[in-house]
Structures are given as C-alpha cells and as structure tokens.
Design a binder for this molecule. Structure first.
Ligand SMILES: *Cc1c(COP(=O)(O)O)cnc(C)c1O
Length: 226
C-alpha cells in the first residue's frame, strides 16, 4: 500500500468535502454548468481499510482504489460505498476487480480489453468502463494515444462487449493548476467527438480547473483527508 494517512477523522473529512463541493459549485457557476452533474470520488490509496467507515460517516459515497490487490479488502471494509477502480490495470487483475466495481476508469490496453471480454460475460451485464487517454503524449503516462482512440473504443465494444461511458486522464505533474487546463480541454473535445458523456479528470491539485473544463467525476485524495 502507499503511505497511509493515520487517524482519519470524520469531522475533518466532512468539512473538507463541504469545501470541495463549494468550490465545485463555484466552478460550475463560472462554466455555466449544474453542480450536481459532478461526482466527488474519494481516492483511497492512502486510506487503510479500517479507516474507510470514517469516510462513509463523513458523507463520502463513491470511492476509487488504485491497487488491484487492495481493492477486495477495502470493499469488504466498506461495502456501503460505491467502488470504482482508478489505477493502472494489468490484464491478469481484471478478473479479480471486475465483480467488485461499478466502473473501471483506466482501460488502456488491448490485453485488458481481451480480459474484459473473457470475464465480462460472468457479470451478467456489460462491463462499464472509461478509457484512459494519454492526452499529453507524456511517455511516462499510461493511456491510449488520442489518434488511436476511435479504433480502441470500437475494440472495447466489440471485443469486450463493454459499455464505454467516457474518458479519463492523468495529466503531467502540474506546476500550477492552470497548467492542466489544456489537457482537460483536449480530453473534453475527444469525448464530445466520440459522443461520450463521462469525464474523469482532476485531482487535489487541479480539480477546479477540471470542473471548469467539463469533469463529471473528480478523483480527490489528499485534499479530503488532512
Ligand atoms: C491518488 C490518485 C488520485 C488523487 O490524488 P490526490 O492528489 O491525492 O488528490 C486521483 N487519481 C488517481 C488515478 C490517483 O492515483
């Protein structure tokens, strides 16, 4: 597990969540959007399973885990939360995570698409996914190249039988939040071109900019916990 935040307090998380929601509402106002179209996902890689009930108590309803091996114990510790998978996904982990999550945010390889096809049938519904896009072309980032997106989306539907709800991105590390704007705008354009409605983008450092550019799910960790 990543370095854990010890002694999470419900009152602190609740206060942070309220101020995050207020900033989202303000950003929506500036962008002419409705605030309730933005979901706050708590990124919980820093949260120990034993602390997860504190999040639910604080008003968090949606959680996202990065590590396939940590997902099952966390879901077991907080079955009342809705769970998404947001981390780098290896094909051999697909089978393990798929039954546990509402949505996989980070589909980005054909080997994962094939495994979704193999194990999706057992779900009794199409796997729901977002496709991770490497909008900046940063070689250190995972994600499908924008030019390869239309064909990749077609394979997600044909090979995996997946329901593709939208796109996700992790932009390069930003010096200031404004640095991320062009990457979020680029993801929003790609989603619009492909007729996709969900946009998972923005973390602690840049979620306000992400909401201004159309995010429907912001993935927030640190900001909620301290
Ligand atoms: C950790 C993580 C986040 C949240 O990052 P913070 O900077 O703590 O808000 C969001 N998305 C992904 C994929 C992450 O791994």
């Amino acid at each position: 597990m990543a370095e854990l935040i010890a002694g999470l307090r419900a009152d602190v998380v609740r206060r942070n969540l309220e101020s995050v929601r207020a900033e989202i509402a303000a950003a929506c106002g500036r962008a002419g959007r409705v605030a309730d179209e933005v979901a706050v996902l708590a990124a919980v890689k820093y949260v120990a399973p034993g602390d997860l009930p504190v999040l639910a108590e604080a008003g968090i309803t949606l959680a996202g885990e990065n590590r396939a091996q940590d997902l099952a114990p966390k879901v077991a510790a907080a079955p009342g939360l809705t769970w998404d998978f947001i981390g780098h996904l290896q094909s051999r982990k697909v089978r393990q995570i798929l039954p546990l999550v509402r949505l996989v945010h980070s589909v980005a390889s054909d080997s994962v698409v094939r495994e979704l096809g193999r194990h999706g049938a057992a779900l009794g519904r199409p796997p729901r996914i977002l496709v991770e896009v490497n909008v900046s072309g940063d070689p250190a980032k995972s994600g499908v190249a924008p030019a390869a997106l239309p064909e990749f989306l077609a394979r997600c539907r044909e090979v995996a039988g997946a329901e593709v709800l939208g796109l996700m991105t992790m932009p390069p590390l930003a010096r200031v939040p404004e640095d991320s704007r062009r990457w979020f705008a680029a993801l929003a354009r790609l989603a619009a071109d492909q007729g996709l409605s969900e946009l998972s983008m923005g973390t602690t450092q840049d979620y306000v900019v992400a909401v201004e550019e159309g995010a429907t799910i912001v993935r927030i960790g640190t900001r909620l916990y301290r």
